[in-house]
Design a protein around this ligand. Structure first.
Ligand SMILES: Nc1ncnc2c1ncn2[C@@H]1O[C@H](COP(=O)(O)OP(=O)(O)OP(=O)(O)O)[C@@H](O)[C@H]1O
Ligand SMILES: [Mg+2]
Length: 386
């Protein structure tokens, strides 16, 4: 796997290297964090990462890549094989989960059904030994913040799904953790509730100014919620960046593919003139201007073009052989509301294009028909090998 992939912010993150730095005084630092399970399964390998207070960080990656294990090592539910978890300059390794200034929210936001909303929220404070008065005041304040003060005496069964989620969040936030760790918190919800909870979670995090570390395998969720996205694959960090960087400048082929909506042209360099290369994958040719890359004609290279950068040419002229253009078949027209996602085949090579939704009526009858697509050279990016 790539160590410190291109596009990674080396100053704060990545895999490998960086062991010599001093602990950051403020925020969370994962230093050379590794977990190898019995049988030699490497779940997390040499992860280095810093997270600031007030930051919304999303750990994103396919199933089994090590997201939950990373979160569990931060929360104290898993002991690292090596490396350190440092919060505000202090190692957390010797502390059990209940002694750490972190709170973990697992997949389900289960509430106590027989307790009222306010008693549910007070529960964590009660466990901590706070007085009744203090508990009431703090629980009232947090319920106000999530807009549920007037429902304080209801039982969870008398609340909507979204209200129950907010009570569950209030219950963990009332203990004022320094970091909230969320493992697939929206995974079980229906789509509408998921979309609403994305906004609510994000709003609440902003109001409280807390560090949230949210694990998901859903790239759309990560783009819509994160300040910073960390893409993992096979135990290793692939790229760290803000949503715009991840979506528009994937560091390598793996990230480009995983973020979705990227066309990857994987082939050999057909020609190079100065810094301009043309790559041919046997079906599609694309060109781009490269920086700090000395590959020559005949070398392997992968380029990416965002689906939103691909446009349809309506004249139907045969463009086979042209650079930054492809003759395709429309395989499937997917309506997304404001946009249409066109699933295309360029001689068997899968491509995607995103075009305005008002073309839907015209395009939905054209599945199986040929179409010519094009894109601009400046929208083509060279990907590092992954
Ligand atoms: N207790 C364990 N013992 C052995 N192997 C484990 C254990 N827990 C996790 N693993 C393995 O470690 C790897 C990482 O698992 P992890 O649960 O961190 O993945 P994940 O990214 O959270 O995946 P998902 O999206 O499916 O939840 C996987 O290969 C998994 O099978
Ligand atoms: Mg998991």
């Amino acid at each position: 796997m790539s160590q410190g992939a291109e596009g990674t912010e080396q100053s704060r993150s990545g895999n490998g290297a960086g062991t010599e730095s001093t602990p950051s005084k403020s925020g969370l630092e994962l230093r050379n964090l590794t977990k190898i399970f019995d049988g030699g399964i490497i779940a997390v390998e040499d992860v280095n990462l810093t997270v600031e207070h007030g930051e919304y960080l999303v750990l994103l990656g396919p199933s089994g890549c090590g997201k939950t294990t990373t979160l569990r090592m931060i929360g104290g539910h898993e002991v690292p094989t090596s490396g350190d978890v440092i919060l505000d300059g202090e190692s957390l390794l010797g502390l059990t989960p209940d002694k750490r200034p972190t709170t973990t929210v697992f997949q389900h936001f289960a509430l106590f059904p027989h307790k009222s909303v306010i008693d549910n929220v007070e529960f964590g404070l009660k466990m901590r030994g706070d007085s009744k008065e203090e508990r009431r005041a703090q629980a009232g304040e947090i319920l106000e913040m999530v807009g549920l003060r007037e429902l304080a005496d209801r039982k969870p069964s008398a609340l909507s799904g979204g209200q129950q989620q907010r009570v569950a969040l209030a219950r963990v936030l009332v203990t004022k953790p320094k970091a909230l760790l969320l493992d697939e918190p929206l995974g079980d919800l229906d789509r509408l509730l998921q979309l609403r909870m994305r906004v609510e979670l994000r709003n609440l995090q902003r109001q409280l100014g807390l560090m949230f570390i949210h694990v998901t395998h859903n790239q759309e969720e990560s783009l819509s919620m994160a300040d910073t996205i960390v893409v993992m694959n096979e135990a290793v960090i692939q790229q760290i960046g803000d949503p715009l960087t991840l979506a528009t400048k994937p560091a390598n082929e793996l990230v480009a593919t995983f973020m979705g909506d990227n066309n990857v042209i994987r082939g050999t360099i057909e020609s190079r003139e100065g810094d301009r290369i043309v790559v041919d994958d046997g079906h599609v040719k694309a060109s781009c201007v490269v920086q700090d890359d000395d590959r020559a004609t005949g070398d392997a290279a992968s380029l990416s073009v965002r689906a939103a950068s691909v446009v349809l040419l309506d004249d139907g002229a045969d463009a086979a052989g042209d650079v930054n253009s492809a003759q395709c078949e429309i395989v499937f027209v997917e309506y997304l509301g404001d946009l249409i996602k066109l699933h295309l085949s360029a001689g068997g090579e899968r491509m995607v294009a995103k075009v305005p939704g008002d073309n839907y009526v015209r395009l939905r009858g054209q599945e199986g028909n040929p179409v010519r697509v094009t894109w601009k050279e400046e929208d083509v990016k060279l990907l590092a090998a992954s």
